[in-house]
Design a binder for this molecule. Structure first.
Ligand SMILES: [Zn+2]
Length: 97
């Protein structure tokens, strides 16, 4: 564990492909928030991630945290724009207590 952290600190700047991916993820957090009415396309749970597939009609897919993790690699590989609001899952859990 500690050796992994050390390697990360010493690592040179990520290659251009990785940097552009991370920039896209950061910018997407500025987009409008998903609401409680947005539901995972797979299981119907509240959606916390929106993925926009770069097709002609800009297809949008909604995912709960679980299903986004299940499909994340494929979505990124497809060049999808990811709006990740999973940080709000904990906030909402706190609200319900
Ligand atoms: Zn789901």
């Amino acid at each position: 564990m500690s050796s992994t952290a050390e390697l990360a600190l010493r690592a040179p700047p990520a290659d251009p492909d990785e940097v552009s991916d991370m920039t896209a993820l950061t910018l997407d957090t500025l987009a409008p928030e998903l609401t409680r009415q947005d539901r995972c396309d797979r299981c119907g749970a509240q959606a916390f991630v929106k993925a926009t597939i770069p097709t002609a009609d800009g297809m949008e897919l909604l995912f709960c945290g679980h299903h986004f993790r299940a499909h994340e690699l494929k979505l990124v590989a497809a060049g999808a724009t990811i709006q990740d609001e999973r940080h709000r899952i904990d906030e909402q859990a706190a609200e319900r207590v």
